[in-house]
Design a protein around this ligand. Sequence first.
Ligand SMILES: Cc1cc2nc3c(=O)[nH]c(=O)nc-3n(C[C@H](O)[C@H](O)[C@H](O)COP(=O)(O)O)c2cc1C
Length: 187
Amino acid sequence: MKSFGQKPWVLPQPVLIIGTYNADGTPNAMNAAWGGQWDAKEIMICMGTHATTENLARCNEFTVAFATRDTMVASDFVGIVSAKNDSEKMQKTGWTAVKAENVDAPVFTDFPMTLECRILRKIDETPDGYNIVAEIVNILVDEKYVGADGKPDVEKMQLITYDPVHHGYLALGERIGNAFADGKKLK
Ligand SMILES: Cc1cc2nc3c(=O)[nH]c(=O)nc-3n(C[C@H](O)[C@H](O)[C@H](O)COP(=O)(O)O)c2cc1C
């Protein structure tokens, strides 16, 4: 085994697209890899100091979409360009924004699945940011990605994951097993 010390290398990492409204009511989006499920109905996100952070100071609601192969280039773009520096940021993505049904935040319809979220707690707040714990108020899934069983067809979404070691985006693959089931073979 080779040692690498302390790195932000929890694997695999998501590519979360956080949607908020700017002060003038226009939509904004940023990319976040450091986030995940927090208890059954909550999500956590490590938030730095961005235009998004300012938006969340005004309104504690946001959306989270999961990036896909098709949205990869624009998803990276919203992770390297701030709305603070580019007033055309969202026009450049080509994404379509509609208002979320249950929170005051934009839903980008280019993504198969979006969480509507409301901040419950800001943990470890410093001038450099904080960790958000937010309630998942509702989940929206484009009908195209609802399977025959009436549930989201995750395999069909062509989701991507962030590789923090080489700063890449990797395509998620096909289903290879049955959770809470295949392991029983070794019981
Ligand atoms: C792959 C990737 C992952 C990122 N993960 C995070 C993250 O977890 N937390 C964070 O605060 N910023 C993260 N960022 C940086 C923000 O997305 C970036 O600063 C963005 O431009 C902020 O946009 P805004 O200022 O318009 O809100 C990430 C960027 C990339 C490209």
